[in-house]
Design a protein around this ligand. Structure first.
Ligand code: FE2
Length: 160
C-alpha cells in the first residue's frame, strides 16, 4: 500500500518508532512495535469487512500504524500518547502528502479517541479502540498476573 509505505518511511515516523523501540527493549508487558500495529490493522480490517463499516483499507492501516507513535513522548515526557501521537501523525500525514484533508482528520480523530471508550466516538475511533484491545494475547502472556489492565479488558480466550 503506497500510502502506508510513505507514512512508515517518513523521517518523523522512523525517529519516533526507533525511540519507542529503545524505550521498550526491556519491557515485560505489551510492546507497541510493528507486530502490535499490524495485529491492530488486520483485526480492524476484518471487523470493517464483517460489520460492513465501509472504511477504506488504507485509512484503517494508516490509523493503526500511527496510533501508538506518541508512546515514546509518554514514557520520556509524560505527555499522553494519544495527544503526542495525534500531533506527530498530523506532521507525518502532511509530510507524506497522503489522503485528503477530510481523511486525515478522520485518522487524527481516531488516534485521539483510541485509548478510552465513550458514547460519542467516531466509527474509526471505536474500531481502533476495540481492535487495540482485541490484539493482546493476555491468555498466553507470562506477565499477565502483574499487568494492570482490568480483568474485563484482558483477553482470556482467542477471538481473532
Ligand atoms: Fe495500541
Amino acid at each position: 500500500m503506497k500510502e502506508i509505505e510513505l507514512i512508515r518511511k517518513h523521517p518523523l515516523y522512523l525517529t519516533s518508532y526507533r525511540r519507542l523501540e529503545e524505550a521498550e527493549q526491556n519491557r515485560q508487558f505489551c510492546r507497541h512495535q510493528m507486530p502490535h500495529l499490524l495485529d491492530v490493522a488486520r483485526i480492524a480490517y476484518i471487523q470493517n469487512l464483517e460489520k460492513r463499516l465501509g472504511l477504506k483499507k488504507e485509512i484503517i492501516y494508516a490509523a493503526a500504524i500511527l496510533h501508538d507513535i506518541g508512546k515514546a513522548c509518554q514514557y520520556e515526557e509524560g505527555i499522553p500518547h494519544e495527544i503526542a501521537g495525534k500531533e506527530a501523525a498530523e506532521v507525518i500525514l502532511e509530510g507524506a502528502d497522503v489522503f485528503t484533508m477530510e481523511e486525515r482528520q478522520i485518522i487524527l480523530q481516531a488516534i485521539l479517541e483510541h485509548r478510552r471508550r465513550s458514547d460519542h466516538m467516531t466509527v474509526l475511533g471505536r474500531l481502533l479502540y476495540e481492535s487495540d484491545k482485541l490484539s493482546r494475547a493476555c491468555y498466553a502472556c507470562p506477565a499477565e498476573k502483574e499487568c494492570n489492565w482490568s480483568s474485563e479488558k484482558k483477553n482470556t480466550e482467542i477471538k481473532w
